[in-house]
Design a protein around this ligand. Structure first.
Ligand code: IMP
Length: 429
């Protein structure tokens, strides 16, 4: 049975939520493997909008097993809040929601550290979501982190918590934080398990898995625009380490790509549109952060970025989202390369200073004046739209298998004869 990783190919916010939701009916298990409640996966179901931050999007589908892997940084308070909100919508968690005992916890001092670091960095701040993500992963790597499994061992939790609070000069807060975490334990213990074992056993039985990536390739700690990145492995490789599964278990990666580019927070963005043009695109696409509400920076499609994501994640299939947002433009630009120090380059540099100096080289093409909103048949798309999509496929080296023409589930074009088609056909037999 198919096991597919859903990967953001830009700086996050590509619309992964809708794509995961759309594909969930085909899969038995939906698993998150990195990030935390810095993510915001939006799903629209018959006019009602759900924003999932930490819980796999599959939870909206009754009966599907949803797993939070060891690679995720879990803020127990945020998790309980999100669960409570979903329970109010009659979403059931029993025997189908699992959290890895190896997942690290976000503690109150991580939130403080995140916010204070950002203040101190001034101009060079990353523009984090302020959720404590970076400091939680710092503790994980420093081997001083607390894990979900520690909620099952109150003595060990108390001991490490005291050490950690002493290190950050905050031990007086023990009396406040410890009982709080014991309370979270009461609520979360039923869901804490060895998620790697669970998932491997499910796959041994022939079950299918959708791996739900958060953020995007350009925010990956290793391959993104470092240091303006998040602190986890948002690329396909993260699915293995973040869930405890072997690489040969995975059939492939489906890259999610917005028909243009957006970014929240600081850091270079070569094809960014400034001023009125950027604002117009932001308003048209309602580009405001699903987690923090921050205005997203907007720009033209950058084929260098997506080609790089295709390479890093071995993406052969792309899902293009928010195509309808480009309706009505006279001309549309595609960034096909960069000019760096007077020379043309076609790759994405590792050096952040060089990325900052890159000037986009554009290919201009005719826009389409009519609406593509809600179109479900590829052949009904205007010729100029089909040409734009064809060019994206050529420039990135991946086939387009899915196109989203609106936020609702049915505002989607499934392209036939694609690799994704093959994966899904294998599942439905
Ligand atoms: P952090 O993940 O909160 O540490 O933030 C680091 C960078 O990643 C900042 O630029 C954030 O805006 C960005 N970021 C984190 N999560 C998301 C997301 O889900 N979508 C888009 N950007 C994100």
């Amino acid at each position: 049975m198919a096991k597919i990783v859903i990967i953001g190919t830009q700086w996050g916010d590509e619309g992964k939520g809708k794509i995961v939701d759309l594909l969930t009916p085909y899969f038995d298990n939906i698993a998150r493997y990195q990030g935390g409640h810095n993510a915001g996966h939006t799903v629209c179901v018959k006019g009602t909008q759900f924003i999932l931050h930490l819980i796999p999007t599959g939870i909206l589908h009754p009966g599907k097993k949803c797993i939070i892997g060891n690679g995720v940084a879990v803020d127990p308070q945020a998790l309980i809040k999100e669960m409570d909100e979903l329970k109010r919508e009659h979403i059931d968690f029993s025997r189908r929601f699992f959290v890895s005992d190896r997942a690290h916890m976000i503690m109150p001092y991580h939130l403080l550290a995140d916010q204070q670091a950002e203040k101190k960095m001034g101009q060079r701040k990353i523009g984090t979501t302020g959720r404590g993500i970076g400091p939680a992963y710092i503790d994980k790597m420093a081997r001083t982190g607390l894990r979900m499994g520690d909620l099952l061992e109150p003595d060990k939790l108390a001991e490490q918590l005291k050490v950690n609070l002493t290190v950050v000069g905050n031990v007086r807060h023990f009396a406040e934080i410890y009982p709080q975490y014991l309370e979270y334990a009461q609520k979360l213990i039923p869901y804490i398990t060895d998620a790697s074992l669970l998932l491997n056993q499910a796959m041994d039985k022939g079950e299918s898995v959708l791996f739900e990536g958060a953020q995007g390739t350009m925010l990956d700690i290793d391959h993104g625009t470092y240091p303006y990145v998040t602190s986890s492995s948002a690329c396909a490789g993260g699915a293995c380490t973040g869930l405890g599964i072997g690489p040969t278990r995975i059939d492939g990666s489906l890259g999610v790509v917005k028909a243009y580019t957006t970014r929240v927070g600081n850091g270079p963005f070569p094809s960014e549109l400034h001023g009125a043009e950027g604002e117009a695109l932001r308003n048209k696409g309602a580009e405001f952060g699903a987690t923090t509400g921050r205005a997203r920076r907007c720009g033209w499609f950058d084929a260098v970025v997506v080609r790089y994501a295709v390479q890093i994640n071995d993406i052969k299939s792309l899902a293009v989202t928010k195509l309808d947002v480009l309706d009505g433009y006279d001309k549309i630009k595609l960034c096909v390369g960069y000019e760096l120090n007077g020379k043309r380059i076609d790759y994405f540099p590792a050096n952040i200073k060089q990325v900052e100096d890159c000037q986009p080289i554009y290919e201009e093409m005719p826009g389409w004046r009519c609406s593509t909103k809600g179109i479900t048949d590829y052949n009904r798309l205007p010729e100029a739209t089909r040409f734009y999509l064809k060019r994206i496929g050529e420039l990135t080296g991946a086939e387009i298998s899915l196109i989203s023409t609106g936020p609702e589930r049915d505002e989607t074009i499934f392209c036939s004869g694609t690799l994704l088609d093959g994966w899904l056909n294998r599942i439905v037999g």
